[in-house]
Ligand binder design. Structure first.
Ligand SMILES: Cc1cc2nc3c(=O)[nH]c(=O)nc-3n(C[C@H](O)[C@H](O)[C@H](O)COP(=O)(O)O)c2cc1C
Length: 214
């Protein structure tokens, strides 16, 4: 499980903890990769830049350690806040550096072939915001098609968790960002419970798709 959030008290971190607990209850063992806590540097560098003439290139030790963790996993679950209809820079940089040429792609039989992936993205937009339909489509295209299937994964799905902000936001016809009153008390509890329920559904459906690994 790869978590991309700078605060351990964030809704994203909470959702990751709940998802991990659900997967453990379903029989999975979790290798939790908290990118911020582990100090992952998302910046591309010369050592980890692909060499198109050498798919056996030895990348940095840090990247090889991450590759071993990905290889050891049957499923990869990424939990992140949606930033600009995409993943946060730290998660993008992890994919850029670790899911590298010769490892994740560039072989007739990809090393990640057959693995399964769930992208759990928390979005501030509320479910009824017209922006959500396009966001879901762009995330599915980018993350499932552009990354996971390109790297040989057998299954990839995006679980988009809308309504993750305590202050509902929407953009009006003039382009103004309208920020509503903070949801508090019982209403906030209900909002959290609903987000937990939707996240749980994504995780359980994902977990049930294949037999639980031994
Ligand atoms: C840089 C940035 C970009 C964002 N882009 C989007 C976006 O494209 N769509 C959206 O619905 N929410 C967007 N948001 C809102 C976040 O998705 C939301 O704050 C987050 O999911 C809340 O979870 P957290 O409390 O765990 O951070 C953005 C927030 C930030 C800080």
């Amino acid at each position: 499980m790869v978590v991309a959030h700078h605060r351990t008290d964030s809704l994203t971190a909470h959702t990751a903890r709940r998802a991990a607990a659900r997967l453990e209850a379903a029989g999975y063992r979790i290798d939790l990769l908290d990118l911020h806590a582990e100090g992952f540097d998302p910046r591309m560098n010369t050592s980890d830049q692909p060499d198109w003439g050498n798919r056996e290139k030895a990348y940095s030790d840090e990247v090889h350690a991450h590759m071993r963790r990905v290889l050891a996993a049957d499923v990869v679950v990424a939990v992140f806040p949606v930033y600009w209809q995409s993943v946060p820079a730290i998660l993008k940089g992890w994919i850029d550096r670790v899911w590298n040429y010769g490892f994740a792609y560039g072989r007739s039989k990809p090393r990640l072939a057959g693995k399964r992936m769930l992208w759990l993205g928390l979005a501030g937009a509320t479910a009824d915001d017209p922006v959500v339909e396009g966001m879901r489509a762009v995330l599915e295209t980018n993350l499932s098609e552009g990354i996971a299937y390109y790297c040989g994964f057998s299954h990839s799905t995006v679980g988009l968790l809308t309504g993750a902000e305590e202050r509902p936001q929407r953009v009006d016809a003039e382009g103004n960002l309208l920020v509503g009153e903070a949801v508090t008390g019982a209403e906030r509890e209900a909002q959290y419970a609903d987000l937990d329920r939707r996240a749980g559904e994504f995780v359980e459906r994902f977990a049930a798709e294949e037999p639980v690994p031994a």
